[in-house]
Write a protein that binds this ligand. Structure first.
Ligand code: PLP
Length: 351
């Protein structure tokens, strides 16, 4: 199978998913974008197998990819806007929970004859979407005209100040109206502490849901490996040229043509910054390939990451391998390091 492949150890992956499920009360799996490398449909299937009652997708467009596979409720994380026709249509669907982040949008949805299920988003230090804490009291008069499902609080990834912020915002929201807290990026222990701290006089914790994507789907690296096929190998001498840019090759060696390029989300590393001039000088003095202006690639040959001869092409890339190395054979699979939230693979192989 030529191309970029993701091998998934399904047994181990499912063990990991079960572990996260067991450690995360009120888990709401997040299945959005490229499906964390696995695709939305597969994540919806796994969520159904986990037995959770709700999943979250990123946009209204993504609902179609999961709704036939996952039987429960579906939260749309991107806040509803009046010009989104599909989101408006979905808002009246009994399985859809719509996120609202502005007072005027809540007012617009509140006029719906068929009251939508809504989560009201509170603005956090992320400053992405949400109603500012000081305006939450104005939400109250509108909540009776929708099916209020709770407050959503999306925190930044930074741990410092996270709990204090969650507590301040959740307290303000709950003072405006009681309802479940839908939290993102708060660890389960902190969410449980928060729920108890803000719980009612009867000692019951506030009900809460925890939305998790990366930690659930990608949290255990041992469950997967990614490889790319060697498509061609050519011998080359120092001073000869190769590639789109006809770059002069810095030493004798091999050009390895390997599957994977920009269409797979494989890009160059950030170029060396000016602050790194000293390192560059050292690299030059030692005659390293970095001094020749090459960038380190995510591909491994013979146990080491290798240099791109030039920026990746659409579907393949050129690597340089020094003469003293044994080159791989056409058809060999090379390990390639992919960031799965931005990658698109050609094949997913489950074993
Ligand atoms: C994407 C998203 C998540 C999941 O984030 P991960 O870091 O992948 O766990 C949770 N909550 C909201 C609101 C999101 O948009």
């Amino acid at each position: 199978m030529t191309g970029v492949s993701l091998r998934l150890d399904q047994t181990r992956w499912r063990e990991h998913l079960q572990t996260v499920l067991g450690a995360t009360p009120g888990l709401v799996p997040v299945a959005k974008g490229n499906g964390y490398g696995y695709g939305l449909r597969r994540l919806a299937e796994e969520s159904a197998a986990l037995g959770v009652d709700t999943i979250a997708v990123g946009t209204a467009d993504e609902v179609a990819a999961v709704r036939d596979v996952f039987p429960g409720d579906i939260v749309v994380l991107t806040p509803w806007r009046p010009d989104n026709v599909l989101a408006t249509e979905l808002a009246s669907d009994p399985r859809i929970i719509t996120t609202v982040s502005r007072l005027e949008d809540l007012a617009a949805l509140a006029t719906d004859a068929n009251p939508p299920r809504v989560l009201v988003e509170v603005l956090t230090s992320m400053r992405r979407h949400g109603i500012p804490a000081e305006d939450l009291a104005q939400v109250v008069s509108l909540l009776g005209k929708v099916q209020f499902e709770g407050w959503t609080i999306h925190l930044p990834l930074l741990a410092a100040g996270r709990y204090v912020e969650a507590e301040r915002l959740a307290r303000t929201a709950l003072q405006a109206s009681a309802g479940p807290l839908w939290l993102s990026h708060l660890p389960p222990e902190e969410a449980m502490a928060l729920a108890r701290q803000l719980g009612g006089a009867n000692g019951d914790p506030v009900p809460f849901r925890l939305r998790v994507g990366t930690r659930l789907w990608l949290g255990d690296e041992r469950t997967r490996s990614t490889t790319a096929t060697v498509l061609d190998v050519h011998r080359i001498k120092r001073g000869e040229r190769a590639g789109y840019r006809q770059r002069v090759v810095p030493a004798d060696g091999w050009i390895i043509v390997v599957a994977g390029g920009t269409s797979h989300g494989i890009g160059l590393e950030a170029p060396t910054s000016a602050s790194n001039v000293r390192q560059r000088v050292i690299a030059f003095a030692t005659g390293s390939l970095e001094a020749a202006g090459l960038a380190l690639s995510p591909y491994t040959v013979n146990g080491s990451k290798r240099w791109f001869l030039e920026p990746p092409h659409m579907q393949s890339s050129l690597l340089f391998l020094p003469r003293k190395e044994t080159p791989p054979l056409v058809g060999d699979e090379l390990p390639v390091e992919l960031r799965l939230t931005t990658a698109t693979v050609d094949h997913i192989v489950t074993e």
